[in-house]
Design a protein around this ligand. Structure first.
Ligand code: ADP
Ligand code: ASP
Ligand code: MG
Length: 418
């Protein structure tokens, strides 16, 4: 018997009616002869509500203090509710089903509360449940440390739970059911002309996710890519049988026949730009700046340094996520004399817009098309960063949607056939 993992996100678990629809999709796969493990998210909006409660009780929203283990006890609870409800629904339909929490599976994670990483999933308990004929329902997002403390995997983490369970269970595939019917050339909520991709390479999906396309959590793609676990993204708003030839397969590049130079446009508003003015242009200054940020666990994304026209001074600019902007600025101000800069500016009215595609490796002129398209819309580029398969620009946040649509058209993405 082949094994299959099916994951349902928050909107797919939003109420009992949707849970019943998910149960029908699960039942159809079980009827088709699969041993099924289902991974579920909390009902839509539930995790935000739980996070807000922890805020009131002490932990600042979005800034989980390392070691704030009670935050995880609270926010992990949303997934437990939906797992139990789905297992009950399946039972009422006549199927043998049971829930298995993160600590019962167990999904062993690191101790980084609020952003834990899965380190191991021993498969004995899952195997036993499958052998006993159960459909197993696992609450996503949650795990347990080797010391037995509850952890969570970071927002959107149920995708990662699903891929990890698929790997542990040696499933043939991990199906991610969500509120869109696949991965699109850009967020269909921003560009209605966005087209569904039949297939997307792991590497492209990894870039798309890390550059802001929240359809899959970045870590889930990284994990799937490392283990060659195929992911299929598809709609949960259908009845069994209606998903034929639907969805998007995330797979190896070699399996994709119809290749595009640029496969997608991603954007992120979770950006803040910090500029250090009049930084001494001497050896060791950048090391001093970034060592301080690293010590505070602040992730830096784009970095640009430019020399002043005269004198031995430079300006340096870097970006961090918005929630880290204040902490980063405070750290820099605290070290102003030691580092020796004149002034600091913080701007969080910025957004990052990126194009992604493996075809960039072998085609020239890709960047020029991007810069021309943006300039034609009067959009100023503040920072540029590139890698082998992506180009990102930082722009004024007010132009985000305009930029996404302009780039989508410039690379002919509204023309491609799904
Ligand atoms: P779930 O609750 O099922 O995990 P998410 O809200 O996390 O769902 O992810 C699905 C959403 O991702 C879609 O509703 C869509 O707005 C957004 N999204 C962003 N970029 C893309 C993209 N390129 N393709 C499809 N969806 C995207
Ligand atoms: N419920 C969690 C969140 O909202 C995890 C998930 O849905 O993937 O972030
Ligand atoms: Mg999600």
């Amino acid at each position: 018997m082949t094994r299959l993992v099916m994951k349902f996100g928050g909107t797919s678990m939003a109420d009992l009616e949707r849970i019943r629809r998910a149960a029908r999709l699960v039942a159809a796969e079980a009827d088709a002869g699969h041993q099924v493990a289902v991974v579920v998210s909390a009902m839509a909006g539930k995790t935000n509500e739980l996070v807000a409660w922890t805020d009131g009780a002490g932990a600042p929203t979005g800034q989980v203090n390392a070691g704030d283990d009670e935050y995880d006890v609270v926010v992990a609870s949303g997934e437990q509710v939906t797992a139990g409800l789905l297992a009950m629904t399946l039972r009422n339909m006549g199927y043998k089903a049971r829930s298995m929490t993160g600590w019962q599976v167990p999904i062993i994670t690191s101790e980084a509360h609020g952003k834990a990483r899965i380190v191991d999933i021993p498969s004995d308990n899952l195997d036993k449940a499958f052998d006993d004929g159960y459909i197993v329902v696992v609450p996503g997002f949650q795990g347990v440390t080797p010391q037995g403390k509850i952890t969570t995997l970071g927002r959107g983490g149920s995708d990662t739970s699903a891929v990890a369970v698929a790997i542990a269970a040696k499933a043939v595939r991990c199906d991610i059911y969500t509120d869109v019917d696949g991965v699109y050339t850009t967020d269909p909520r921003v560009e209605s002309k966005a087209k569904r991709l039949k297939k997307i390479a792991f590497e492209e999906m990894l870039e798309m996710a890390s550059l802001g396309a929240k359809v899959l959590q970045t870590r889930s793609v990284e994990l799937a890519m490392g283990h060659r676990m195929p992911i299929r993204v598809l709609s949960s708003f259908v009845e069994p049988g209606e998903n034929v030839d639907n969805g998007t397969i995330v797979c190896d590049e070699d399996e994709i026949v119809e290749k595009h130079i640029v496969s997608g446009v991603a954007f992120s508003r979770d950006e803040a730009k910090i500029t250090l003015l009049g930084l001494p242009n001497k050896i060791g200054v950048s090391a001093a700046v970034f060592a301080k940020l690293a010590a505070a666990n602040i992730n830096v994304d784009m970095i640009v340094q430019s020399e002043k026209r005269s004198g031995d001074y430079a300006n340096q600019l870097f970006t961090v996520s918005r929630r880290d902007a204040k902490a980063a600025a405070d750290i820099m101000l605290g070290a102003k004399d030691e580092i020796g800069f004149d002034d600091i500016k913080v701007d969080d009215n910025v957004a990052k817009v990126s194009i992604v595609g493996v075809g960039m490796r072998s085609h020239t002129g890709v960047a020029q098309t991007m810069f021309t398209a943006l300039s034609e819309k009067g959009i100023n580029i503040q920072v540029i960063s590139t890698s082998e398969i992506k180009i990102s620009v930082l722009i004024d946040e007010a132009y985000t949607e305009l930029a996404v649509r302009a780039l989508h058209a410039a690379y002919g993405l509204d023309q491609i056939g799904a």
